[in-house]
Design a protein around this ligand. Structure first.
Ligand code: BEZ
Length: 212
């Protein structure tokens, strides 16, 4: 059965551009982002890996380990990384899984046969530090992903893991958040000392609680 939010991320050991990797050992106590690419030496994937690589410092700040995947081999990945570094002006500093036997792709349902029989689609899995799947998104091969958006989602996931809040449409780190519907309005002042605004009984906003 396909993976769903809240499931444990399946562990695996696989070859990669940086040698053999075990997912759970690689993640340790960190969060993780696992994202698949259709194939090496393809134009959109090259730009995506460049974009992801340039944001590695931002993923690091959020304690998120990065892990890419395609169904090509490790030697191919290592040569392709040289092209990515050259053309995207970066230095890819996270492993790309070499999923030649498609073991990981199948475990994570990254091959959608009605889209492509043999290549992975652009899947993204965000894995919490409890090893559970927090986010799944799937893009087609023809559309490159927005890694800044993925950082935004991680900010929301990490905030809402620690506070009884949710983040509204287009929210960005630093903006007001929604008080969880599970919190009674009379309990808000003690839980959210920065104050709150009741727009409707079901729509209560409060300043982002983890900021000074
Ligand atoms: C690409 O990464 O450029 C790509 C890969 C597969 C199909 C279409 C585009």
């Amino acid at each position: 059965m396909a993976l769903r939010l809240g499931d444990f991320a399946p562990d695996f050991t696989a070859d990669s551009s940086a040698g053999q990797i075990n997912l759970y050992e690689y993640l340790g106590d960190s969060w993780g982002i696992l994202f698949s690419h259709p194939a090496d030496y393809t134009p959109v994937c090259t730009t995506e890996l460049g974009a992801a690589s340039k944001l590695k410092g931002e993923f690091d700040k959020r304690n998120v380990k990065m892990l890419a995947l395609s169904v090509d081999g490790a030697e191919s990945h290592r040569s392709w990384i040289k092209d990515i570094n050259e053309t995207q002006n970066t230095s890819v500093d996270f492993p790309i899984i070499a999923d030649e036997d498609k073991k990981v792709s199948e475990l994570y349902d990254m091959i959608h046969p009605n889209s492509s029989e043999s290549f992975t689609v652009r899947s993204v899995f965000i894995i919490g530090n409890d090893k559970k799947v927090k986010l799944i998104i799937t893009y087609p091969a023809s559309t490159g992903r927005n890694f800044v958006e993925l950082l935004r989602v991680i900010d929301s996931l990490q905030l809402t893991a620690n506070y009884s809040v949710a983040t509204p449409a287009d929210w960005k780190n630093g903006e007001d958040v929604v008080v969880s519907p599970a919190i009674k309005t009379e309990d808000i002042p003690s839980k959210f000392p920065k104050g709150f605004k009741e727009i409707k009984p079901y729509l209560r906003m409060t300043p982002q609680p983890d900021l000074k």
